[in-house]
Every structure is written in structure tokens, then in C-alpha cells.
Design a protein around this ligand. Structure first.
Ligand code: ASP
Length: 343
């Protein structure tokens, strides 16, 4: 005969057994499904090759993505020949080299500096803002004061070459950014001589996944050459120049920062990846927002996005041809040009 008490007991038991089984299954399943992507680092422009190499040293020895991106972008920051990042960067219209940088880790922590003068590695100051203060962003004199208090050395970042270029520019003082100056492949492909007194911008944005499958990103620049003193671009703005969400992926940008800020570009790319867009498609959609809002401006400027998702898939898209990016993993360190651009 049917014994109700026994049935309740039995079903409670089987339910709890099922609960245990289910829990065990769930504990196993995500591990099986979410095999971490192998380490990879990607970064903007030709100078990304050397920067990736430095980042790869950290990743290949099991280091954290955050350390990798910081070490990686140190390379262009310290290179006096690079006139769009760090030491040797072209100054603003008053002759000051002012640097913008930000960094973001796998926990969503972030730090940023803007309009920082005299410090070769703004990215490391941004990291200290993240790690040592309750704030996200320090600017100008306050950022410099914080850097000096934390042992950074005050240096002259204006090289003879950049000073010469600035003085040459002052003769006409025409504010006309030139596109894609950091892409040597593009110069070779379309050997139009760029006027000597006009220089582009071009930022290094870097994204990495480490052996634990964690993502971090860094972005650092001297910004638009000959900008108004005090101008801040997209590069130190979390969500504009850089955004990382460890569940989804990361994105970074280069080009005319004002348009990236207006569209919160890197955050947009990550959110599009959250909706299922592959990295290149997400970058393309962010570029299309810029073009749709200002079609005439967009014809004249460059903006490029670079993205890496949690699976280690990457992609890029730019308004204009000529954007390059570097990809480094255990098999390669290649310089790529996005398959497509809008123009
Ligand atoms: N996004 C930078 C800025 O607006 C410049 C660049 O990447 O080209 O300052």
C-alpha cells in the first residue's frame, strides 16, 4: 500500500540527492566549459610589436595580465623616437608634454592620470592611483605631486626632435592632425609624403589574458599633438579609451579622442560583445555610431577600436584604412591590419 510518509521521505531524499548531483554537475560543468583561453596580448599600432614582446615575457612566465600590460606599454613610453606616447611625445601648443594614461584589472579596479607632466611612465602612476588611493583619476599638478611623493623621478620629456617639430608647427599653428602616422605598413602601401610640420596622435592601447584566463588592459599617450593646454583625450577615461570586464572581454581605442568620449567607445564595444557580437563586429558597430552622428567629421578623422574577448578572440575596426595592431601569443607576434575599415 502507498505509504505517504515513506513517499515524502523518499522524494525528499531523492530531491536532495538530485540537488547534490546537480550541484556537483554544475561544479564540474562550468570548469569543463570555461577552459581559460591561452595567454595572449594585443596592442595598437606598429609599436605594439615591441610592447607585446615585453608583455609576453610576463605572460609566458605565468605572470598576471595586469603586470604584463604595464610592462608592455613601458616600451613605447620610454622610447624617445616615439612622438605620440610618453618620453619624446609631441607637446601641446604651449610646449608642454602632457601625458594621459589608464589601467584596469580583472577585478574591475581602475586608475588613471591625465595631463601629467615630467613622468616617463604615466601608466605606473595610474596603477598606483588604482592601488594606493580610494580614487580613480588624478590630473595635472595633483597627479605630478602624487607621482613625486611615490618616488617617481621628475624629468624633461621634450626631446630636441619634438621641440623642433613644435617650433616648426608654431610658424603656422595650424591644428591639423594627420592620420595613421604610426602605421609604417600603411605608409609603404600609400607613400604619400606627410607634411613635416603635421603630426598625428596615436596611442598604445593593450589588452592581455594571462594563464589564469584573467584580463587586464592599459592605455597611454601624449595625446593630440599641439592640443590646447589642459585638453584631455579619451585615453585616460575609463570606458572611453579603455574598458575591461573580466566576464566578457576588453576594448581600447586610438584616434581622435573627442569622438570616442562622445560615444563612450570602449565600454560600448565590451557591451556589444556581452550581447554576443564578435570582437571585430563590436568594434565596427562602435565606429558606425561615430560615423552616424557626425558623417562629415568622420570623413576627416581616424578612430580605431581594438577588442579581445574572454575566449581569446580579437578584432579591430577603424574609420579609415591604415590602422594597425599587433597580436602576440605562444605562436606569433604579428602586425595586422584590420580586414575592413569604413572608408
Ligand atoms: N586618442 C588619443 C587622444 O585623443 C590620440 C590617439 O590615439 O591617436 O588623445
Amino acid at each position: 500500500m502507498f505509504n505517504r510518509r515513506k513517499f515524502i521521505k523518499a522524494s525528499a531524499l531523492s530531491a536532495s540527492l538530485f540537488a547534490v548531483d546537480r550541484q556537483q554537475a554544475l561544479a564540474i560543468l562550468p570548469r569543463a566549459q570555461e577552459t581559460a583561453a591561452p595567454p595572449i596580448v594585443i596592442s595598437t599600432w606598429d609599436f605594439g610589436i615591441a610592447a607585446n614582446q615585453a608583455a609576453w615575457k610576463v605572460l609566458s612566465s605565468g605572470g598576471r595580465a595586469l603586470d604584463a600590460v604595464e610592462k608592455g606599454v613601458h616600451v613605447p613610453e620610454a622610447d624617445p623616437k616615439n612622438q605620440s606616447v610618453g618620453y619624446g611625445g609631441l607637446p601641446d601648443r604651449d610646449g608642454h608634454v602632457t601625458l594621459d594614461a589608464c589601467i584596469m584589472d580583472e577585478l574591475g579596479n581602475c586608475g588613471s592620470v591625465a595631463g601629467l607632466e615630467h613622468i616617463i611612465h604615466p601608466i605606473s602612476v595610474a596603477r598606483l592611483v588604482m592601488e594606493k588611493t580610494p580614487h580613480v583619476m588624478l590630473v595635472g599638478d595633483g597627479a605630478l605631486q602624487f607621482a613625486l611623493e611615490n618616488g617617481f623621478k621628475k624629468e624633461n620629456l621634450l626631446t630636441k626632435e619634438s621641440e623642433k617639430a613644435w617650433k616648426e608647427w608654431l610658424k603656422t599653428a595650424k591644428y591639423a592632425p594627420v592620420m595613421n602616422i604610426e602605421n609604417k605598413l600603411y605608409e609603404k602601401a600609400s607613400p604619400t609624403k606627410l607634411p613635416g610640420n603635421q603630426y598625428n596622435h596615436d596611442t598604445i592601447g593593450m589588452l592581455a589574458i594571462d594563464s589564469k584566463g584573467n584580463l587586464s588592459g592599459a592605455c597611454t599617450t601624449s595625446g593630440m599633438a599641439y592640443k590646447l593646454h589642459g585638453r584631455v583625450g579619451d585615453s585616460p577615461i575609463i570606458g572611453a579609451g579603455l574598458y575591461v570586464d573580466n566576464e566578457i572581454g576588453g576594448a581600447t581605442s586610438t584616434g581622435v579622442g573627442e569622438e570616442v568620449i562622445r560615444n563612450v567607445g570602449s565600454f560600448l564595444v565590451v557591451e556589444l560583445m556581452r550581447q554576443g557580437y564578435p570582437p571585430e563586429e563590436a568594434c565596427k558597430e562602435a565606429v558606425m555610431r561615430i560615423i552616424k552622428k557626425k558623417p562629415n567629421t568622420a570623413k576627416e578623422i581616424q578612430v580605431g577600436f581594438l577588442a579581445l574577448n574572454k575566449k581569446g578572440e580579437y578584432g579591430a575596426y577603424a574609420i579609415q584604412k591604415g590602422f594597425s595592431y599587433a597580436v602576440c601569443n605562444s605562436e606569433k607576434n604579428d602586425l595586422l591590419i584590420p580586414g575592413k575599415s569604413y572608408y
